[in-house]
Design a protein around this ligand. Structure first.
Ligand SMILES: *[C@@H]1O[C@H](CO)[C@@H](O)[C@H](O)[C@H]1NC(C)=O
Ligand SMILES: *[C@@H]1O[C@H](CO)[C@@H](O)[C@H](O)[C@H]1NC(C)=O
Ligand SMILES: *[C@@H]1O[C@H](CO)[C@@H](O)[C@H](O)[C@H]1NC(C)=O
Ligand SMILES: *[C@@H]1O[C@H](CO)[C@@H](O)[C@H](O)[C@H]1NC(C)=O
Ligand SMILES: *[C@@H]1O[C@H](CO)[C@@H](O)[C@H](O)[C@H]1NC(C)=O
Length: 409
């Protein structure tokens, strides 16, 4: 998508990128102590030299003037079709999303004319971080941008930086191979709508570790086409937990395999570790390990929902994304609603679900909480669990073993 270039700062970024693009392993530096107001921009190959480093030490802020966004864009800062791209530094990417999170008319007259590079300590900073509301403002477009997106790239590294207040998802990888994210901070309020922390789609060989993710939706969301994903030492919360899915919407085929999520703490999240699929989908989720997840005041720590639906009711359908080899070990801590919720498909039950060393206690003993729930869930209890999860069906369903074409990925 061609991004509108309404700010001369975007032009400066574009010129700097054009120069960096020509030189292998070059560095584009965003100096500390400055705030840069940058409009939607794409840093793109495929003709760039490999291994460019984007050294982000200053702050990049998004425009809040609705004019800049036109009818809406899917992303604000985009890196596409690159080989070896690193974003590193102590800097901040601030989407100034609060103006997008409310439906009320909003416009920021400051952004249209502002001087474009400002020292971090100037008085303008205050105006930028708390933009004024206009009575006669326009409404922000309904399509909200992801703050930072990588598309179609190899060997991507994101480290050190903070991404905050994105209008929508904070960091997205789509069609990427070889991704390393570490020492990243994502920061948005728990009630900011649809603000996923990290969103992975059609991407392989991804390592995410040593990061703090606080947002209003999934801390990490793993979507279709993802395999060989390893996530460890991540703090999640507020947020909705770490999710695989939703998968199979509108009868689509989804394939996800070889996912490890371990050594995670979750505080005050809606879910802990969750797999969600729509009825009517096809494909499979295979080979998932959730290990050593410490939960604290999490509504439902362990969730499989194969009846995912974003409206009041969804049509019942027999086709489903097949789930197998889903392993939970050392999931411990406190919940506020229900310890375990396994709602698997009637036609394709969940297979090889294993539970090891599960210890989940209600946050407050005196209130009644829901008991563990399982529907069409088969597998193994490798150790006794707290609470007892008697509803898991041991072994395999009698009529299973036949894999139909539609679950083959
Ligand atoms: C503000 O920042 C500028 C540029 O970094 C610096 O020269 C100046 O001394 C700073 N002023 C204050 C009050 O910190
Ligand atoms: C920006 O902040 C300064 C200092 O607080 C103030 O004088 C100025 O009027 C503000 N500008 C706008 C457009 O709000
Ligand atoms: C990615 O990095 C690896 C290891 O450094 C290297 O072998 C591989 O060629 C790189 N891939 C691309 C497409 O540049
Ligand atoms: C699964 O993913 C891990 C990285 O998380 C990788 O090392 C391993 O080789 C993958 N296994 C298979 C069978 O691809
Ligand atoms: C779908 O199936 C469930 C379980 O069999 C049933 O309770 C529900 O009423 C059905 N919903 C619709 C919309 O048919």
């Amino acid at each position: 998508m061609e991004a509108p270039m309404t700010h001369s700062e975007s032009q400066a970024f574009r010129a700097a990128w054009a120069a960096a693009c020509k030189v292998e392993a070059s560095m584009m530096i965003i100096p500390s102590n400055y705030i840069f107001l940058v409009g939607p921009i794409s840093f793109s190959g495929p003709y760039c030299q490999p291994n460019i480093v984007f050294q982000l030490d200053g702050t990049i802020i998004a425009p809040t003037s609705s004019k800049v966004w036109g009818k809406g864009l899917l992303q604000w800062l985009e890196f596409t079709k690159l080989r070896g791209i690193t974003i590193q530094g102590k800097g901040v990417i601030d989407g100034r999303g609060s103006v997008w999170w409310q439906d009320a008319p909003f416009d920021d007259p400051v952004d249209d004319e502002i001087e474009l590079i400002v020292p971090l300590n100037s008085t303008v900073e205050k105006n930028l971080s708390a933009p004024v509301r206009s009575q006669l403002g326009r409404i922000m477009p309904s399509i909200k941008p992801t703050a930072l997106r990588f598309y179609g790239s190899f060997n991507v590294t994101v480290t050190g930086i903070t991404i905050q207040s994105s209008p929508q998802c904070h960091l997205k990888f789509d069609n990427c191979m070889g991704v390393l994210v570490h020492d990243l901070s994502v920061s948005s309020p728990g009630d900011s709508p649809n603000t996923d922390g990290i969103h992975l789609q059609n991407s392989k060989d991804i390592l995410i570790h040593s990061s703090n993710l606080a947002c209003g939706d999934d801390c990490v969301s793993i979507q279709t086409g993802c395999s060989n994903i390893y996530i460890h030492n991540v703090n999640c919360g507020p947020g909705h937990g770490i999710s695989i899915g939703s998968l199979g919407k509108d009868s689509t085929k989804a394939c996800v395999s070889n996912i490890t999520v371990r050594d995670i703490t979750m505080q005050n999240t809606m879910n802990g570790v969750r797999i969600k699929t729509w009825q009517g989908g096809s494909g499979s989720v295979q080979g998932v390990l959730f290990s050593n997840i410490q939960v604290s005041e999490v509504q439902i720590p362990i969730v499989i929902d194969q009846y995912y639906c974003d409206k009041r009711t969804c049509k019942n359908q027999t086709s489903a994304v097949a789930l197998s080899g889903i392993n939970y070990e050392r999931i411990r801590g406190t919940y506020t609603v229900k310890p375990v919720h396994f709602a698997c498909s009637d036609s394709l039950p969940c297979l090889d679900v294993t539970l090891t060393a599960i210890q989940l206690k209600p946050q407050q003993e005196k209130y009644h909480m829901y008991d563990p729930f399982c529907w069409q869930t088969f597998g193994e209890l490798r150790t006794p669990t707290i609470p007892p999860i008697d509803c898991l069906q041991i072994g395999k369903p009698s009529n299973n073993g036949v894999q139909s074409d539609h679950d083959i990925c």
